[in-house]
Design a protein around this ligand. Structure first.
Ligand code: KG4
Ligand code: ZN
Length: 344
């Protein structure tokens, strides 16, 4: 394929605390650079003001690096796709205003992408080792900000079947980790220690929520009270039982998620199930999902690790499908902190 027939799309992601730029060509990733913001760790959570400042510092070098790694120049780009929302307003504004200026300077189309659609569409990145889900399929999108089961009927048509009514599952992981004195973000630490522990050592109450919706705030409170009570009895309780506590928390969270996934398949009759978002990196969730292939005859789709947490390749692929439909934005497009997965 000659360079001329190649559709190079630059993706820019800045919705939360990762600044990312990626170049894809006809659906294949040529580069996917992510600058993580370490600064938030010492505050135990993302500080919005610091996040937007760090995006401003990172955005130019990250884009430069993405172009260099892809071995192309700015003039080769056919369009710029950027995250319009949902996310932190200050963070979104950095990516939005930069993308607008660059598209105007290069005189190429600007494509606004819904971050939640990006997570789902990461499954369509060209990769010989990854199978793409057929339409319609279900996707459990689980991240620090979201927990939802989505029915995907086409690249552009998505419907929320159920979602959290309070905390996101990533928050449940991170807040539980904080109670245990683990660093932020704690999800990967719980995953790591859970592998060494007994998942049935401790019992936590699962919430009762209607339909395909989720709730995690009660679980977090239950874990807090449980730990406080045990530590009052034995100050070394956490240290002596860390692996078992983590394994039990993770098993409860996985149970909550998989109960609703099973219900979603029953309700829709769709047996193609994908997972997306930062928490889909969790080894327990991946194992549980795989086991449903043999147990229930589902076909499951698990993204590559680098496309689970926030990244610009998923924004670029979502932008590529919009490019093929000539679904471009005007220069008046604005960043939007709240945006549902079906909204464009
Ligand atoms: O998608 P993401 O990078 O950012 C948001 O859009 O929120 O997700 C970040 C979340 C954090 O809560 C983090 O603790 C969680 O994903 N996470 C994990 C694992 N890796 C990341 N949670 C559990 N197990 C993991 N292995
Ligand atoms: Zn995300």
């Amino acid at each position: 394929m000659t360079k001329n027939r190649s559709i190079y799309i630059l993706g820019i992601e800045s919705s939360c605390d990762d600044t990312s730029a990626a170049v894809i060509c006809n659906g294949k990733v040529l580069s996917n650079v992510v600058a993580n913001q370490e600064i938030h760790a010492k505050y135990g959570g993302v500080v919005p003001e610091l996040a937007s400042r760090a995006h401003q510092q990172n955005i130019v070098p990250v884009i430069q690096q993405a172009l260099e790694q892809a071995n192309i120049g700015k003039k080769d780009l056919k369009a710029i796709a950027f995250t319009r929302g949902p996310g932190l307003m200050g963070s979104l504004l950095v990516g939005t205003s930069f993308s607008k200026s660059l598209s105007q300077a290069l005189n190429i189309p600007l494509i606004a992408v819904n971050h939640m659609q990006g997570h789902v569409l990461a499954h369509f990145i060209e990769d010989e080792n990854q199978q793409k889900p057929p339409f319609p399929f279900l996707c459990l999108t689980i991240s620090g900000g979201h927990t939802q089961i989505v029915k995907i009927s086409s690249y552009a048509s998505m419907e929320i079947l159920g979602e959290t009514i309070d905390d996101a599952v990533g928050e449940a992981f991170d807040k539980s980790a904080k109670i245990l004195g683990l660093p932020y973000p704690g999800g990967p630490f719980i995953d790591k220690y859970a592998k060494l522990g007994n998942p049935t050592a401790f019992k936590f109450t699962k919430p009762k929520v209607d339909g395909l919706n989720f709730s995690f705030s009660g679980l977090k409170t239950g874990i807090l009270y449980f730990v406080q009570k045990k530590v009052a009895e034995n100050p070394d309780f956490i240290k002596e039982n860390l692996h078992d506590i983590c394994a039990s928390i993770q098993a409860t969270i996985i149970d909550i998620l998989t109960d609703k996934m099973e219900a979603a398949v029953k309700q829709t009759g769709i047996k193609h199930f994908a997972i997306a978002g930062g928490v889909s990196a969790n080894s327990g969730i991946r194992e549980a999902l795989k086991s449903f292939e043999t147990k229930y005859g589902w076909t499951t789709y698990i993204p590559k690790f680098e496309y689970t947490t926030d990244n610009a390749a998923m924004i670029a692929i979502a932008g590529y499908f919009k490019f093929l439909e000539a679904d471009f934005s005007t220069k008046n497009v604005i960043a939007t902190a709240r945006l549902k997965v079906h909204e464009n």
